[in-house]
Write a new protein. Structure first.
Length: 366
């Protein structure tokens, strides 16, 4: 698998463009703050706490559901437009999106002039509408066409990458866009996380801190000038794990380590490189346990993994779920471009709540 990345567009709580977002993360800057519209009870029933989150305030303040996603994705298109070559043709787009939430307009409840409810939109219809409106909002030059969408959560971006590579290979296309967007900051999502006791607050120090972000990559299988290649996706694989968050079973790291080992063996990684892994670990106790078991299994496979450099983008951006893999990839590309990366290749890993595990290996240009 060889998929060249030539441009990145990104928005996050740390900035309205890729370079600012990643530079702020590198500098250890955090924009996490209490959000004033959602509170939780902490111990004493009369005591309430504001939830801390990583919010892209300038883009999403006052928006809910798909409105937040539209603002974020439109911002990513605007940033990508400043970096990608002008394109007047049509590009296929592969997206990773969250599933619909209660904050999204319920099409079953919308009545037309006859008083009859409109049919519910399919996932593809929803994604197509979001994509085209976001491209228009970001003043994207040329046309976009939805070619694939994943709503698999944390592993969604890896699935979008796989779909893109397959389509470019099978259809003989030269280039495409691969993107992801998610926000855990609408009321419906925050309520679900709080009900499941997953939010971090003073009475729950091991919970997740919600975030939001959007990232879009311009990718190609065709030969392009070496100076135009930011990085190359070399291998991608998946594994499934029976003992996962939604099963209420103790973590064992079996699925995640299997996905990592599969791409490592295929590309003879780490070889002489120092192992570098970017993980979507978000601070939850279950994920910490799964990650610990994963590292133990990796070291048993190859002692070189005992010296692994580990990066956790959620520290800077919060948990961005469906966008987490793309955020990690954007951080890796920025590290190579600015010269502070610890290795020439890195493995980006993702774990969905439902047991799906993904790993893809990314390398800087030679």
């Amino acid at each position: 698998m060889n998929l060249n990345i030539s441009a990145v567009g990104m928005v996050s709580a740390l900035g309205l463009d890729w370079e600012t977002s990643c530079a702020a993360s590198r500098a250890g800057i955090s924009q996490s703050a209490a959000i004033n519209y959602y509170r939780v009870q902490a111990g004493d029933p009369w005591e309430v706490q504001f939830v801390t989150a990583h919010q892209a305030t300038l883009l999403t303040q006052g928006f809910e559901g798909d409105g937040r996603l539209l603002r974020l994705l439109g911002g990513a298109f605007a940033d990508l437009r400043r970096r990608a070559p002008a394109n007047v043709g049509e590009l296929p787009v592969f997206l990773s999106l969250p599933g619909p939430s209660g904050a999204t307009l319920d099409d079953d409840a919308v009545e037309d002039d006859t008083g009859e409810p409109s049919p519910a939109r399919t996932t593809d219809e929803r994604a197509d509408d979001l994509l085209n409106r976001a491209a228009q909002l970001g003043k994207w030059q040329g046309r976009v066409r939805l070619a694939g969408v994943s709503t698999a959560g944390h592993t969604g971006f890896a699935e979008a990458l796989q779909s893109c590579f397959s389509a470019l290979t099978d259809q003989g296309l030269d280039s495409a866009l691969v993107g992801a967007v998610d926000s855990l900051l609408d009321d419906e999502t925050l309520g679900s996380l709080n009900d499941a006791k997953r939010l971090k607050h003073p009475a729950a120090p091991t919970g997740l801190v919600p975030g939001e972000a959007a990232v879009i990559f311009s990718v190609s299988r065709a030969s392009i000038r070496e100076q135009d290649v930011l990085c190359t996706v070399n291998a991608l694989d998946f594994a499934d794990q029976d003992q996962h968050f939604e099963s209420d079973n103790a973590p064992n790291g079996k699925g995640l380590s299997a996905a990592i080992i599969q791409v490592a063996q295929r590309e003879k990684w780490p070889g002489s490189d120092s192992p570098w892994i970017l993980s979507d670990h978000n601070g939850e106790g279950y994920r910490a346990g799964d990650w610990g078991h994963t590292v133990h299994r990796l070291v048993g496979q190859d002692p070189a993994f005992a010296e692994t450099h580990i990066s956790f983008p959620a520290v800077s951006f919060g948990d961005t779920r469906a966008a987490s893999g793309s955020v990690a990839a954007a951080c890796a590309v920025a590290a190579w471009k600015r010269g502070y990366a610890p290795a020439a290749r890195c493995c980006i890993v993702s774990s969905s709540d439902a047991g799906r595990r993904a790993a893809f290996l990314v390398g800087r240009p030679n």
